[in-house]
Design a protein around this ligand. Structure first.
Ligand code: FES
Length: 161
């Protein structure tokens, strides 16, 4: 709402749905209207994001959501593995209780973290070899990995750091 005038002057096809004036938007109707013809970008509270994902479920639109908190999910218990740093060749042990991000930081690899919950994307690394276990909430190319929360299915994960 802070950018209403800028949005109005930038694009003629902007629609605003102020909930306090007109209620919640009919997401099913919006999904029907834009079925397969638009990518969907959304951030906001979890109920809105979940409702949009449900409305577009089964459609071919690419959905891009930005969560402020991860969705509750359960994973298999952590296991230890090694991270190999492509540029230095160093192999580092990641214990069950460690995150890859913390191990890299302790060893001076200079990977920056933000949320540490797998939602902000700050710690993104490219995986060169191995099978990452993606525990983040970021829909991204599978070759990227978020070491604050993600782990490894393979004994060794080679990352571009
Ligand atoms: S620190 Fe935010 S995704 Fe890793």
């Amino acid at each position: 709402m802070a950018y209403l005038s800028e949005l109005a002057s930038a694009a003629a096809d902007v629609r605003i749905y102020p909930e306090d004036e007109i209620g919640r938007p009919d997401l099913s109707a919006i999904a029907e209207e834009f079925d397969g013809i638009a990518d969907i970008y959304c951030c906001g509270p979890e109920p809105l994001l979940s409702a949009i994902e449900a409305a577009f479920d089964g459609r071919s639109n690419a959905i891009h959501v930005e969560r402020f908190r991860p969705k509750p999910r359960t994973f298999a218990p952590n296991t230890a593995f090694q991270v190999e740093c492509l540029r230095s060749g160093e192999r580092l042990e990641v214990a069950e209780s460690d995150s890859v991000l913390d191990v890299l930081a302790r060893n001076g690899m200079g990977v920056v973290g933000g949320c540490r919950e797998g939602v902000c994307g700050t710690c993104r690394l490219r995986v060169v070899d191995g099978q990452p276990e993606h525990r983040d909430e970021i829909n991204d190319d599978a070759q990227y990995f978020y070491p604050c929360v993600s782990r490894s299915f393979s004994q060794t994960l080679v990352v571009d750091v």
